[in-house]
Write a protein of this length. Structure first.
Lengths: 210, 209, 352, 452, 193, 292
């Protein structure tokens, strides 16, 4: 009998502590939620503005079989691409994401695409685990970033990475010497992502124009 | 064996964790975070402070509840208490800086399983008065932070030429990327340990003479 | 004359080899390879070899003296390590970095574990692996061989002041001034991996292309290997297993798709495989001793090399393959203890 | 020498691994067996064999006649001792032995000028002895294994329960460098050898016998063949010259391709293995009902002026032999037995015992150079692993012995299967005293086991 | 190779981003239980098993938590459930197979509060792995841990017989070997890319 | 917000209760009994695992203690307090054991005992014994290559300048390791109260023994003559009958002409006035034999 009694006590203590921490945590969660949301949206905004030169505000869109739909902040549906709007209120392009395997791990990028010129107009590495001093130059190297000011993404030609100093065509990416693998990963990420999204985007844009 | 509760609180209560029982260098506990996040000094500091926060808070709570919790569910209760504070630290950091949060990755959450904390709860806080546990926890936490910093600073200077993100080495300094890569973490810790052993050996040799 | 009777223990005879003799002969076997590297890359290669050997020997001497022991440099093993460190680095590698690699190879790779006979990894490769992780860019910067001014001037990166980055701009200018047709700065393996261009195997065999200082002439390496194997100073099974398994495995892929996979002949003579198989996988201290274990070890290294080359992020994997082989050595030894004389019947008996 | 590298050589049977040290048999191989003079004093340890020591039958001051039993066997695993010369018992006391400790010995003052004829013994018809009585007859001769182990031969004749011996192997390999005793015996006393072999076959009930020798002694093969009948059940076979071909396990592998299980005797696989000298002695002593009183010893080495194969009375002090044959130089490195397994003696007063077939004298003309002797740490070269005929891992064993992990050595690395042949130490370029390590390890384990 | 295929996820956790040597997870048992090859093998099996259990628990819990919008309770519920599940397994094994308990069970309490186990659960959630992917991840991580542990144990057993200088003895030696192993594992970088 | 709080609290409560119940049930259904005192007793033992208690290690000894098979004092390594605390914990008598130490039956250091051959090999007594006995003239004497010193895990044995091991009785815990280590069986464990001791094992006869070692027992019988029953001569060696230890006095050592029989007090081998005074420090030369 006493065993049962002590079991009850065990369960009660454990339950009590659990309830207490549940309460404490949901409080924490409620307090930090807006702050975190703000942080996240700021970070996203910064990235979108970086890959879409000239953009000052952002609109969230969901592109799927239905077409291009605008989603508001805090909507339950997740956006999968963003439009950048410049000071004049014009849309300067869309920010899309892509990924490919790099040297050490998957490289994730966000890039700006201008449907008018059919060009990639900016690129930012969201996450990568490439070797410091070698592969991580894809994130910071200004010469490499030069590649993405007006990279032809018209799908008439595949985006490819070529050896350092061998870029001759607008759809080629001039690689970083000594980090061929990482450079190629960026090329592949752009190539795959544009293949998937650009036709859909154009179809949706045309649809919305009609 | 039954624990005697030394009533007095000495400086030792605090400094114990700093040097004599330093969790990383002496007890070799919590090595995962100590190696994983110390590729920069800032990460090391943040990780250390987060751990200190959890140590202090859980020390307080465990000590307060020390006479309430039955023996059989001791560990389970401690884990829940610790996990609560860790989650709080986790969200706190996320709210302060997303960038820092990304750099520390899952390791903030892994503070839960950091043996230092459970060990302290079990061996110290469950037997001592709240204030004392908190002070001891703070000492341990600072010892941990200190160890992390001594790893982080070395690794960052050699591996990136910076400290806390500020350039300290000349422009043409050749950075040693190995130190910010995983093997570098092991090497730097091994070197610190060897240094300490060496100093200890020398001391004991001198004493012998 | 009043010498006392001597008490000694059997056996009272001893075989012909001694450790220092074996080591000395390995050095002899490495001399042609080293000379060839000097011929190919000139002053820089010479400086690289001298620096590395001096630092290796000096480090060993220093640590012996520090711990109050008799210096062990006379056993020649540090010289081998020094030579090999130099031979697997790019010829224009800054000397200060080479010195550091050499220091690490002896200090971390050997002394740390207790010196000769106790190291668990190949010291020379420990040095290089450390350098490869620390100085990623300089260690992947290659110089064309047989440059006409090689005996008159150093490769610009060679004389980089300590702790500073090499001046790659000067290096580029220098390479361009050599006016070598179609030189791309890539090694044959890199060309194979990233551009699927296969260099003529014969050229590789003779060694006239860009590469690390000492790995370019498969022919001379093999000669040295044959010499040592003939004198029974090297376990011939290891190079045979490494090269054989690499040949067979890459042959299989080559047959599957000759467009993108290199031919097995190319695989065997390109990059560091030959040097690694003959001189580095055979380092007895860090390789297994059991008769079967030796084959497993060799096959492990050969196939890991091919897997890394074909499917990894690196175009060369010999070094990592050997280090992993070293790491697996105790396990291999453990699993392949020879069946002792008279043991199997015991088991049969039990079964009956 | 060149015949070892002929194709025939490689077609001959052998065992796995092993080594091939320089043979150095040329010093004495061509020297016929000669008799050495009697020394003035003989020292006869009561324990010259494995097993219990004999019990003295004589008293201090008693006169004995050459061939007379002077000590009796003390139990089954023990043998009697016969007087090797006529003389008077000077004392029965502790005397130094080859192995070190002082042992109870009979000291015999030999009568100078005595003709030293064997007056003891009677002719018997060996064929008439019942095979069940053969064992006793052998024990009465005081014969022990002359191949080195000195294990009482009659004990080896008692076939253990459940075993059937079908083949007797006569071990004429003499794989130790320098030694030529067995070689000369096979050439000069082939008839006695074959006669003894037949007696041994009968004693254990075997159907055939093979005399095995190394192919550097093909003249011995011819000599034996000459005394064999056509289609004889006794045959002679040459095997590869390789050390330690003479170990019974290796010989069994080479001659009949049988492996003697670990920890077992040859009888477990239907074999009886005897040394050539043992068989020859049986052939000579049994028909005369005499005892072992002398043996053939190869005295050789760079330190001796007149090397050769000599018949020496048991109990002759080494000092006497050296005086007679001329000792050169000053360094004294005296080995009883061969250079691979023999032990050094600590005193010139040590007597020759029944089991001793060789005396090797090395002086300052060392067989090994300083460079070869320099100790290095084990470099893991695996030479020892490739040499060990028992397929052990001396490298690992040596490293463990260095850290005194003796129990692990026995439990996991078959330490007790090592028969101390010395092949591993011979090849080790680092000059690690492997065999010495293993002896110490076994000895420590034995002490520990005895204590608990 | 497709980075989302279970095979690749397995390979990644096993070799390329080895849990111990590249991700720094589970270092305490890695340094603590790598003294003998045999123990290391048993420990590796125990860890792999617990990883599977924890991966399954975490997957189920995550479904539940997302459903009720309770992600902030993720950590606390993972750790509680995993710890209890392991304790349950431990008691069952101890009761029904003392032999298995002696081989594996003694490690179980050690493993429960360990970075590698919880890390696995957290990573699989963060990377939004499907059930099959999670299993592949757990198996890969377990195999990677076992491999690293076995290699380490082999090397340490060998070094037990070496004359390691006194300053290097102990933890420094283990860490240095771990560093060199980690260096060697860098060779797997980019494998299957 | 309150809804969120409520759900969270509910979930946690459920989790806590479910887990608590599962564990509570399991711990009752699956519990395995083992005497918890074994662990505690083991903790109190010195963890030397030396085997001096006669068990293979500390844990088996702890098991035996808990069963009550042995008294705690069997552990010779434990301090008195340690033994007392175990006894108190188990509620048994501590038992009493007289201090026992290892003693060396040889006094033939290099300055008094000769070598007849030069051993060249592994510096280990056991290895030397395997090589023709080790070369000491006295076949029973200590070789001085320190196997015992190495074997003593308690740092109680140190070789002195004459190459003889000296036991530090304070540190010696009578673990028996040196007894097993010495290939010449020179050590034995003896209660400290047995103070009269024959420090020689040579069975050689008088002159022979003396020519080998200046402090050998020559079996002259003087000690025995004055202590009949306590000391007798057997096989050329004096032996003390410790069953009559109560009769022992310092007198026999005063009679011994070589100093082979000693009185052990203050950790010293005390010799009598009659014993030869040997002041030589340097080793005796190796016995050289004339060239044949
Ligand atoms: C330790 C190490 C890290 C490396 N990290 C990267 C990297 O992050 N990104 C990359 O593209 N190449 C990296 N590499 C180099 C590649 O393996 C390969 O040599 C290079 O991509 C070839 O490029 P190149 O042809 O331009 O010289 C690394 C090499 C080593 C040894
Ligand atoms: C034993 C040995 C191991 C080597 N290991 C590597 C290696 O792991 N990675 C590497 O890039 N180069 C290694 N090298 C040098 C290469 O063989 C070759 O010179 C180089 O890989 C080509 O450079 P790349 O990586 O820029 O194409 C090694 C050389 C030797 C002799
Ligand atoms: C390493 C080794 C080598 C041996 N070499 C010989 C040898 O050459 N000749 C020999 O007769 N016995 C040799 N023996 C002894 C044999 O194994 C075996 O004991 C002997 O032949 C049995 O005969 P016995 O009892 O008549 O002496 C050797 C033993 C060992 C362990
Ligand atoms: C055949 C052979 C190959 C060797 N290879 C190497 C090597 O690759 N790297 C090295 O540092 N030492 C090598 N050595 C030298 C020596 O074994 C090495 O320094 C030891 O590993 C140091 O303990 C070699 C020696 C021999 C006999
Ligand atoms: S002495 Fe023992 S270990 Fe060495 S080779 Fe002979 S049998 Fe093998
Ligand atoms: S032969 Fe000597 S050096 Fe070679 S492995 Fe054996 S013990 Fe080591
Ligand atoms: S080894 Fe001998 S001296 Fe040392 S503690 Fe044990 S019994 Fe005493
Ligand atoms: S007492 Fe025994 S073990 Fe100790 S040194 Fe003397 S002989 Fe060696
Ligand atoms: S901190 Fe990761 S296992 Fe201990």
């Amino acid at each position: 009998m006493s065993a049962d009694h002590s079991s009850m006590k065990l369960v009660a203590t454990l339950g009590g502590i659990a309830v207490f921490s549940g309460l404490l945590l949901s409080l924490t969660y409620e307090i930090t939620k807006p702050m975190i949301a703000k942080n996240e949206s700021e970070a996203l905004e910064a990235a979108v503005f970086e890959v879409l030169p000239g953009a000052v505000t952002r609109e969230n869109y969901l592109l799927d079989d239905v077409g291009l739909q605008k989603v508001g902040e805090g909507s339950s549906r997740e956006a999968n691409l963003y439009a950048g709007i410049n000071e004049a209120g014009e849309r300067v392009g869309f920010a899309l994401s892509g990924e490919a395997r790099g040297y050490a791990d998957v490289v994730r990028v966000l890039y700006g695409y201008n449907p008018e010129t059919q060009q990639v107009v900016g690129l930012r590495v969201l996450s990568s685990n490439e070797t410091p001093g070698l592969g991580d130059r894809i994130e910071k190297d200004p010469a490499f970033q030069e590649n993405f000011t007006a990279l032809d993404a018209s799908l008439a030609h595949e985006i490819t990475t070529v050896k350092n100093g061998e870029k001759t065509e607008p759809w080629q990416i001039d690689g970083i010497s000594g980090a061929t693998v990482s450079s190629k990963a960026i090329g592949k990420a752009l190539r795959d992502s544009t293949h998937e999204w650009v036709p859909q985007l154009h179809a949706a844009l045309e649809g919305s124009l009609e | 064996m039954s624990a005697k509760e030394p009533e007095t609180m000495t400086l030792e209560t605090f400094t114990q964790g700093l040097w004599k029982d330093n969790p990383v260098f002496v007890m070799l506990l919590g090595l995962c975070p100590a190696l994983a996040v110390t590729n920069s000094a800032l990460n090391a500091l943040a990780m250390g402070l987060a751990t200190t926060f959890v140590l202090i808070c859980s020390g307080l709570l465990v000590s307060l509840l020390r006479n309430v919790i039955p023996k059989q569910v001791r560990i389970a209760s401690y884990i829940i208490i610790i996990a609560t504070f860790v989650t709080m630290a986790d969200y706190g950091i996320k709210a302060i800086s997303l960038e820092l949060y990304k750099a520390l990755g899952a390791f903030i959450q892994l503070i839960v399983v950091n043996c230092i904390i459970l060990g302290r709860a079990e061996a110290y806080a469950s037997k001592q008065k709240p204030l004392k546990s908190m002070i001891n926890g703070a000492g341990m936490g600072l010892g941990f932070t200190l160890a992390l910093l001594s790893l982080g600073v070395v690794r960052e200077i050699l591996g990136s030429g910076t400290v806390f993100g500020m350039q300290v080495m000349p422009d043409r300094f050749q950075t040693w990327s190995v130190f910010v890569l995983p093997p570098g973490g092991f090497f730097v810790l091994a070197c610190w340990l060897m240094l300490f052993t060496w100093i200890r050996e020398r001391k004991s040799k001198q004493e012998a003479i | 004359m009043s010498e006392a009777v001597q008490l000694k223990t059997s056996p009272h005879l001893r075989g012909m080899h001694s450790v220092d003799k074996i080591m000395r002969h390995v050095v002899y076997a490495l001399i042609p390879v080293s000379l060839f590297s000097v011929m190919q890359f000139g002053l820089s290669a010479l400086a690289l070899i001298v620096t590395s050997v001096v630092v290796c020997v000096g480090t060993e001497h220093f640590f012996c003296k520090r711990s109050g022991k008799e210096s062990t440099v006379s056993d020649w093993s540090a010289v081998i390590t020094g030579l090999l460190v130099a031979l697997i680095l790019p010829p224009g590698f800054p000397l200060w970095m080479a010195a550091f690699a050499a220091f690490v190879s002896i200090a971390v790779g050997k002394v740390f574990f207790g010196g000769l006979g106790y190291n668990v990894f190949n010291p020379a490769l420990v040095g290089r692996a450390f350098a490869q992780a620390a100085f990623t860019v300089p260690i992947t910067t290659w110089t064309p061989g047989m440059a006409h001014r090689r005996f008159l001037e150093f490769i610009p990166t060679t004389l980089t002041p300590p702790f500073l980055k090499p001046d790659f701009e000067a290096f580029r200018v220098w390479v361009e001034s050599l006016k070598i047709d179609g030189y791309s700065g890539a090694t044959p393996l890199a060309m194979m991996k990233f551009d699927h261009v296969e260099v003529d195997t014969l050229e590789l065999f003779l060694g006239t292309l860009a590469s690390s200082a000492g790995e370019s002439s498969a022919l001379l390496i093999l000669l040295g290997g044959f010499y040592l194997a003939f004198r029974k100073m090297l376990n011939w099974k290891i190079p045979v297993a490494v090269l054989g398994s690499a040949f067979i495995l890459s042959g299989i892929f080559y047959l599957k798709n000759p467009e993108i996979y290199p031919s097995p002949f190319f695989t065997v003579v390109s990059g560091g495989l030959m040097l690694g198989a003959v001189f580095m996988a055979t380092d007895m201290v860090s390789s297994p001793v059991t008769p079967i274990g030796v084959w497993i070890y060799g096959i492990l290294i050969g196939s890991l090399t091919v897997m890394i080359r074909l499917f990894g992020g690196l175009n060369e994997g010999v070094m990592y393959a050997i280090l992993l082989g070293n790491a697996a050595t105790p396990l291999i030894n453990n699993l392949t203890q020879p069946r002792i004389y008279g043991a199997i019947r015991k088991r049969k008996e039990k079964a009956v | 020498m060149s015949e070892h590298f002929s194709i025939q050589h490689f077609l001959r049977g052998t065992f796995h691994q092993g080594i091939h040290p320089p043979e150095n048999k040329h010093f004495t191989a061509e020297k016929p067996i000669e008799r050495l003079a009697f020394p003035p004093q003989l020292v006869l340890p009561l324990s010259q064999h494995a097993g219990k020591a004999s019990v003295a039958l004589v008293r201090k001051g008693q006169e004995v006649v050459r061939g007379e039993p002077i000590a009796r066997a003390d139990g089954f695993v023990s043998v009697p001792l016969h007087a090797p010369a006529s003389g008077v018992v000077k004392d029965i006391c502790l005397m130094p032995s080859a192995r070190g400790p002082m042992v109870e010995s009979i000291v015999l003052d030999v009568y100078a000028g005595d003709p030293q004829e064997v007056l003891y013994g009677t002719e018997v018809d060996v064929d008439a002895i019942q095979s069940s009585d053969l064992m006793q007859a052998v024990q009465d001769t005081g014969l022990v294994g002359l191949g080195g182990a000195a294990f009482p031969t009659h004990v080896k004749l008692s076939v253990p329960e459940g075993c059937v011996i079908d083949t007797v192997l006569i071990n004429g390999c003499e794989c130790e460098p320098f030694l030529t005793t067995d070689h000369r015996l096979m050439i000069e006393q082939a008839a006695d050898l074959v006669a003894g072999t037949r007696i041994l076959m009968r004693a254990v009930g075997a159907k055939r016998a093979i005399i095995g020798t190394e192919d550097n002694k093909l003249d011995a093969v011819e000599a034996i063949q000459a005394v064999l009948k056509k289609d004889d059940v006794v045959s002679v076979k040459a095997v590869q010259t390789k050390y330690p071909q003479g170990a019974e396990k290796m010989l069994a592998k080479a001659l009949v391709n049988r492996e003697i299980p670990s920890g077992k005797f040859p009888s477990a696989v239907g074999l009886g293995v005897f040394n050539v000298a043992t068989a020859t002695q049986i052939g000579q002593l049994l028909p005369q009902k005499q005892g072992v009183i002398e043996r053939v010893v190869t005295v050789t080495g760079p330190g001796i002026e007149r090397p050769g194969n000599y018949i020496v009375p048991v109990g002759t002090p080494i000092r006497f032999i050296l005086e007679k044959l001329g000792f050169q130089g000053s360094a004294r490195h005296l080995i009883m037995g061969g250079p691979m397994m023999g032990g050094t003696v600590s005193s010139l007063d040590t007597p020759i015992t029944k089991g001793c077939g060789g005396l090797l004298i090395l002086n300052e003309h060392q067989l090994t150079t300083e460079e070869q002797m320099k100790r290095y740490p084990c470099i893991n070269c695996g030479a020892c692993v490739d040499a060990c005929p028992m397929m052990l891992n001396p490298c690992e064993l040596g490293r463990m012995a260095h850290k005194a992990q003796y129990e692990v050595m026995a439990e996991r690395y078959h330490l007790n299967d090592c028969f101390e042949c010395g092949s591993c130490s011979y090849v080790c370029p680092a000059a690690i005293p492997l065999v010495q390590y293993f002896r110490v390890a076994k000895s420590v384990n034995r002490t520990k086991a005895a204590a608990s | 190779m497709d980075p989302n295929s279970p095979t690749f996820i397995f390979l990644n956790a096993f070799l390329i981003n080895n849990f111990v040597l590249a991700m720094f997870l589970g270092l305490c048992p890695f340094l603590g239980v790598s003294g003998k090859i045999k123990t290391a093998g048993n420990m590796g099996m125990a860890v792999t098993f617990v990883m599977l259990v924890s991966s399954i628990c975490a997957f189920g819990l995550n479904v539940l938590l997302t459903r009720f919008d309770l992600e902030f309770l993720k950590l606390i519920s993972y750790i509680a459930v995993i710890a209890s599940a392991v304790q349950l397994v431990e008691m069952t094994v101890k009761r029904f197979s003392p032999a298995l308990f002696r081989a594996l069970g003694i490690f179980l309490p050690l493993i429960t509060t360990n970075c590698a186990i919880l890390g696995l659960a957290l990573f699989q959630t963060a990377r939004e792995y499907t059930f099959v992917q999670s299993l592949a991840f757990a198996l890969g991580a377990g195999a990677g841990f076992t491999l690293a542990l076995l290699l380490m144990a082999g090397l340490r057993e060998k070094l037990d017989l070496a004359d390691v200088p006194s300053v290097a003895r102990g933890a420094a030696l283990s860490l240095m070997i771990a560093g060199l192993l980690s260096l060697a594992f860098m060779g797997f970088a980019g494998l299957g890319g | 917000m309150t809804a969120g709080l409520l759900i969270a609290a509910l979930f946690m409560a459920l989790l806590g209760v479910v887990l608590g119940l599962v564990l509570a049930v399991a711990s009752r259904k699956l519990a395995v009994e083992e005497d918890p005192r074994i662990d505690e007793v083991e903790d109190m033992l010195p963890h030397a695992n030396c085997g001096a208690c006669g068990f293979p290690g500390c844990r088996p000894f702890a098991e035996a203690l808990v069963k009550g098979d042995v008294p705690p004092s069997k552990c010779t390594v434990s301090t008195a307090e340690g033994v007392a605390s175990i006894a108190a914990f188990l509620g048994v008598e501590a038992g009493s054991a007289e201090k026992v130490v290892a003693r060396l039956a040889c006094a033939g250091g290099k300055n008094v005992a000769r070598f007849k051959a030069a051993y060249q090999g592994q510096p280990s007594c056991r290895a030397a014994v395997a090589a023709g006995g080790g070369g000491k003239a006295c076949a029973w004497g200590c070789l001085g290559l320190a196997d015992c010193e190495v074997s003593c895990t308690f740092d109680a044995i140190h070789m002195n300048a004459q190459g003889l091991p000296v036991v530090d009785e304070e540190k010696c815990v009578a673990c028996n390791d040196c007894v097993l280590a010495c290939p010449l069986d020179l050590f034995s464990l003896m209660p400290v109260s047995q103070k009269l001791f024959v420090a020689c094992k040579s069975l050689a006869e008088g002159d022979q023994a003396l020519s080998e070692c200046e402090v050998a027992c020559t079996a002259c019988g003087r000690c025995a003559a004055d202590a009949p029953g306590l000391i007798r001569i057997e096989n050329h060696l004096a032996r003390v009958d410790y069953s009559k230890n109560a009769l022992a006095t310092r007198f026999p050592i005063e009679r011994c002409p070589t100093g082979a029989i000693v009185w052990i007090e203050d950790q010293k081998f005390q010799k009598g006035a009659a014993a030869k005074k040997i002041i030589r420090k340097e080793p005796l030369p190796i016995l050289s034999e004339p060239n044949p």
